[in-house]
Write a protein that binds this ligand. Sequence first.
Ligand code: ATP
Length: 216
Amino acid sequence: MHVIYGGTFDPVHHGHLRLAIELCDRLGVDRVHLLPCHIPPHRGDTGASAAQRLRLLSLAVAGEPRLVVDDRELRRGGASYTADTLRHLRRELGPETPLAMVVGTDAFAGFYRWREWVEIPALAHIVVVRRPGPGLTPDSAPARLLAERRVGSPQALHEVPAGRILELNPPWLDISATGIRERIAAGRSPRYLLPDAVWSEIRQLGLYGACPEGNF
Ligand code: ATP
């Protein structure tokens, strides 16, 4: 099974990385593909560029064969829609290989606003990772989709190529990229919230307002 886990990763942190390892274990796969997405221009001013986010991700997964970076959405440039990305992957993998995309409950709650969302279950399974906070609104489109397609075990995802939804409730580290960016901008250290190699590169590049000599 091919598993993709998308996000802005601005910057990648231990919450993302720990979840990716949990996914390998719980889904019974050898690797998870981290897929950084394009950031809309209105967010670009405070964050890192696509090339910088990619560099930070590569440093974060160095030496960990289970975590693989897939830079297809950044290479394509411009807005990328999940349905298009899944179609490309489906062409590469062929019709039989199970394909799963991971989303947090918050993203899944707004799923029906994604472009061509009705096409997505035909292309991939969805793994919904429970985040603290409000769950799905009862009787909303995502809640109905979940009720129709929910499976009880990861094994069920390996049996067919697409169309099933699995909910997972892995331990959640209380770390967010927003919190890390704010901390750095305020001159405080984000150490131990993200890999040291990532933090040192952030300082080197002066990202998020970091100053190469400070923020320890
Ligand atoms: P931001 O604070 O900039 O919104 P973020 O830390 O939430 O960023 P994203 O890159 O937006 O990170 O998230 C990518 C994916 O990682 C999403 O599916 C999100 O639900 C998940 N995620 C975010 N934070 C954590 C965490 N602490 N543990 C596990 N998964 C997380």
